[in-house]
Structure formats: structure tokens, C-alpha cells
Design a protein. Sequence first.
Lengths: 148, 170
Amino acid sequence: MKWIPNVFKHTGWLTALWLVLAPVAQAEDGMITLQALMIQAQNESAPIDRRLEKVEYKLRRVFGFQFYRYVGEGNLALASRGEGTISLPDGHRLQIRLGGRGGHAEVRWSRNNEPLLSTSVALSRNAPIVLGGIPANGGKLILVLTAQ
Amino acid sequence: MKKSELELISRGLDGDLSPDERVRLEALRTREPEARTVERQWTVLGDTLRHDQVAAPDATVAWQDIQRAIRQQAGDAGSASTGGWMVRFRWAAGLAVLVVGTVLGLSAWRVLDGRTPVWVMTDPVESPANRVEWVVAEIPGATTMIYTDTETDMTVIWLDVAQNVDPRDS
């Protein structure tokens, strides 16, 4: 068993490296940024908005609307089991609670404290989840929620 | 002295003489003083050898010595290769200790921080698409549709309220 002290000798520098890097990894770990983008889908003409350039082409693939108008957006940073609210224009709110296995999130969409939609999803990073269908101003409201 | 006379002395010391040869040896002793000297020297030499006689090596003991030497030689060769293996084992063991220590350390850290251990994976998963578990349309009469577009990884939860008169719709 003479090798036991040598094991610790060989791994000494690796352990030191871990002690230095682990807090950094922890600081990065566990926080999830959620972005909610509020959009009105409509067939009436709307100007091109660069704030939608990352999602508009995706929405065009899925929906039959010709134009998409930027309404507003909000962000929220949560811990793995955190809970918070994203406030959006016209009294819209997204209440989000993270927790459980597999990055699950419970999302409640309300307008002026009146519930519209509740759902539970297993979030994937950078894969948008789209809540929509609420009639507004001759079109439909869409919320694009992305976890980063 | 002749060779035959020396042989006669030697055989006399060994006790291998016939009666005739004994007579001849006795005549030689009487006639040749050198013969008596040689016989006396050989007698002393024989006594000395018999007195200091070294025991012949035992065959069993000798074979055991040989086997021991073979084992020792094989052991030396084996320890050379074992040494290399031990070096690799030390590194492997060191890395294993580091990995286990890292996982346990991070887990303890998260638990102490009020979070879930690493292996429970509460963060968003890296799979391409979201997975919808359940949806409740809170607007009376509204229905929901769920659709995932595999090309954009976009998951759509769509409320169909077109057939309803929604008083909250401005």
C-alpha cells in the first residue's frame, strides 16, 4: 500500500485546481434566464422590426399570419427552484415557477389578474415555447418564452 | 622411481595387493628409501583428506536452491512490469478520487445552498425541444392545441377561442 501517498501527491494539483474552479462553476450553475417576447400576429401590414428577427422566421413557418408586430418583452433570472413574474404590456403577466426533475416549469399566463392559460413544460435551453391564440386588435397575441 | 613402483605403493595403501605383490612392496621399501618417503607422504595426505572431507551436496537441497533462484529471477522480471502498471494505476486511482470528490463536493455544495444535487438535473435539459406535460385553458370554452416544429424546435401551445365571446378581449 505504498502507493497511497503517491495518489494524493499526483492529484494534489488537480484538487487545488478543482478548489479554484468549483466556486466559479457554481456561480455559473443553477441560474436560468427566461425571456418572454410578446408579439401580435396579424394579417394587417406591420413594419419590419429588428427585435423580432430571431423569431419571426420561425413563426412564419408555423403560423399562417402574414405580419408580426412587436408588443413588448421581459426577462427573468431564476434559480433552479425559483419563482417569479414577467410583466408585459396591457396587463399581461407570466408567472413562472421552476422546479422538479428535468427543468420543469409551471407557467401561468394572465391578463389583468384574470387567468388565460396554465401549463407545465420540461424546458429546453434555447428552444422557444410559444403560448398564443388570445384575440387582440384583430389579430392574435403570442408569447415566445425562451430559457437561456 | 618407476611408474610401476608408484602404482604398487598406491595399491598397497588401498589394500589391493596380492601376497606376491606384498612381497615385492616390502622388498621395495627395504631397497628404496624414496619409496618409504613417498608411501609416508601419501599416507599423511590420505589421512588429511579423510579428516577434512566436505560432505557431498544433497541433491534435494541443491534442487530447492535452483528452484528458489528461478523464482527469484521471475519475480525480478515481474516486478519490473508491475512497476509500470502501478504507475498507471496511481493515475487512474487519482483521477477516480478527483471525479468522485468533485461530484460529492458539488452535490454537498448544492444541498447546503438549498438546491438539488447535481445528478437530479433540475436545470433546463439540452434536448432539442420542450416537452409539454399539461395545459389548462382558463378561458371558458376555449380549447388548446400543442404542436412542435422539429425544424425550429419551437413548441406551440395554442388557445382556440375563436368560437367564444371573450369579455376580456379588448
